[in-house]
Ligand binder design. Structure first.
Ligand code: HEM
Length: 485
């Protein structure tokens, strides 16, 4: 079988890919060896900046199929008909470690989903946890600095991790979640996904609902203990990638069932806690889960760099019928992601195949920039309004307007009757079996006992005491026992 011809990047045939050109036998290299120069220079430029968080991840294509009628709540076209399928791309990730970090670690997992709808791409950028550590985006860079590698020691430091949490009582719920049994998923297939934030749906009549998304794994929840994870992380640091890749290659297509919780907009103001507080869940007895459809992953990307490393998700990519809530964290994220992509991938990242709309057409007056491949030309005007047949606005907002009141300023979130930072952490603790509680306490104590300063330990203990008296007492005793060892 004759092989295809190897070429330079400009398409010229390469004569020799084994020996560089030299001045005579054994002499120095020649600057005219275009193939060598190009090969070395391209190699130097293979890496792009990694994501500042969620650097390590795995991706897959699939589809979302509507199984239940939700048209009373949203006019989103991709959710409009039972049986309707929409192509998707998902990227799962760990959060804290850099690219190259191990998969089997105690860390939240990213669950970033892109729906290629006929009305544009809809990105739902969630985690495997229904809550988060903080509730104001102004704290996010500090939070992440405290959890990633220390600039002096070059490694994650228990002192930094727990010092941040000592100053963040609102993190107690998420810490309880993370240190519990679901804190180390066995694989990306065996965990749930959550939108986490509250979003807004609007129906065809213009009625608005606040909505929370829950993707429940159909593979069942499976988690690892700290010891199991340490062993797996040593044997196969890419264990989640291996699992996802091989499952899909074998045709064992993972799936999740999507449920939503829906709150009529009028109920938000008087709900007993702030429904836009990302550190809290809405109890299912208040707002039951309603099934929407299923997500199936059935195709691995052909090229991890092109499709996974260059994937760009942005929580501000909404489609008609879906919009943001006033959740401050979400509002901060509406800015942060596309800004990160412009830095990491460039202004034209939306033209890359994995990020470009597939079922819709991007048609606007944005032009040029580095690596523009979307060449509008000829009689396509680059300004608007114009007297020609360029694209024009619809006059129809994607989601219903929300009422606001008061003065500008750096406010705390509006007060509700039961806003404290601890009660849901206590409820989660009390839901656990005795075995689960023991493992939770051991995990927390294992980390907290490594902290060098007593005052930082005390502040953290106060949070567990505030959540539940037994919880606080047991963590305190376990930390003391480990420090006396
Ligand atoms: C104000 C708070 C937050 C800020 C400022 C923030 C910012 C960022 C940034 C800059 C990235 C890297 C984006 C890239 O380079 O492609 C990122 C990734 C990510 N974030 Fe956040 N984040 C925040 C909170 C959250 C929350 C609450 C969640 C989940 C509910 C979340 C889920 C994710 C996921 C899943 C990714 C990875 C996306 C991917 O796979 O490409 N983040 N975040």
């Amino acid at each position: 079988m004759s092989k295809r011809v190897l070429t330079t990047e400009s398409g010229a045939p390469v004569a020799d890919n084994q020996n560089s050109a030299t001045a005579g036998v054994g002499g120095p290299l020649l600057l005219q060896d275009q193939h060598l120069l190009e090969k070395l220079a391209r190699f130097n430029r293979e890496r792009i900046p990694e994501r500042v968080v969620h650097a390590r991840g795995s991706g897959a294509y699939g589809y979302f199929e509507v199984t239940d009628d939700v048209t009373g709540f949203t006019h989103a076209d991709f959710l409009s008909t039972v049986g309707k399928r929409t192509e998707t791309f998902i990227r799962f990730s760990t959060v804290a470690d850099n690219l190259g970090g191990a998969d089997a670690v105690r860390d939240p997992r990213g669950f970033a989903l892109k729906f290629y709808t006929e009305e544009g791409n809809y990105d739902l950028v969630g985690n495997n946890t229904p809550v988060f550590f903080i509730k104001d985006p102004i704290k996010f860079p500090d939070f992440i600095h405290s959890q990633k590698r220390d600039p002096f020691t070059g490694k994650q430091e228990a002192d930094n991790v727990w010092d941040f949490w000592a100053h963040a009582p609102e993190a107690t719920h998420q810490i309880t979640w993370l240190m519990g049994d679901r804190g180390i998923p066995a694989s990306y297939r065996h965990m749930n996904g959550y939108g986490s934030h509250t979003y807004q749906w609007t129906n065809a009549e213009g009625e608005a609902f606040f909505v929370k998304y829950h993707f429940k794994t159909n593979q069942g929840i499976r988690s690892l203990s700290g010891e199991q994870a340490a062993e797996i992380a040593g044997k196969d640091p890419n264990s989640h990638q291996t699992d996802l890749l091989q499952a899909i290659e074998r045709g064992v297509n993972p799936s999740w069932t999507l449920y939503v919780q829906l709150m009529p907009v009028a109920e938000a103001d008087d709900y007993r806690f702030n429904p836009f507080d990302l550190t809290k869940v809405w109890p299912h007895k208040d707002y039951p889960l309603q099934r929407v459809g299923r997500l199936v992953l059935d195709r691995n990307p052909d090229n991890v760099f092109a499709e996974v490393e260059q994937a760009a998700f942005s929580p501000n990519n909404f489609v008609p019928g879906i919009g943001p809530s006033p959740d401050k964290m979400l509002q901060g994220r509406l800015f942060a992601y596309a800004d990160a992509h412009r830095y990491r991938l460039g202004v034209n990242h939306t033209q890359l195949a994995v990020n470009a709309p597939k079922a819709a057409n991007a048609d606007n007056y944005g032009r040029d920039g580095l690596m523009a491949s979307n060449a509008y030309g000829r009689d396509r005007k680059n300004y608007e309004p114009n007297s020609y047949d360029g694209p024009a606005e619809t006059g129809r907002p994607l989601s219903a307007p929300l009422a606001v009141a008061g003065y500008t300023g750096t406010h705390e979130a509006p007060a509700h009757t039961k806003d404290d930072d601890f009660f849901q952490a206590g409820e989660l603790f009390r839901l656990m079996s005795e075995d689960e509680k023991s493992r939770l306490i051991a995990n927390i104590a294992g980390g907290l006992s490594q902290v060098s300063r007593d005052d930082v330990i005390e502040k953290n203990l106060a949070h567990f005491h505030a959540a539940d008296a037994e919880y606080g007492k047991r963590v305190e005793e376990a930390v003391r026992a480990l420090r006396e060892d």
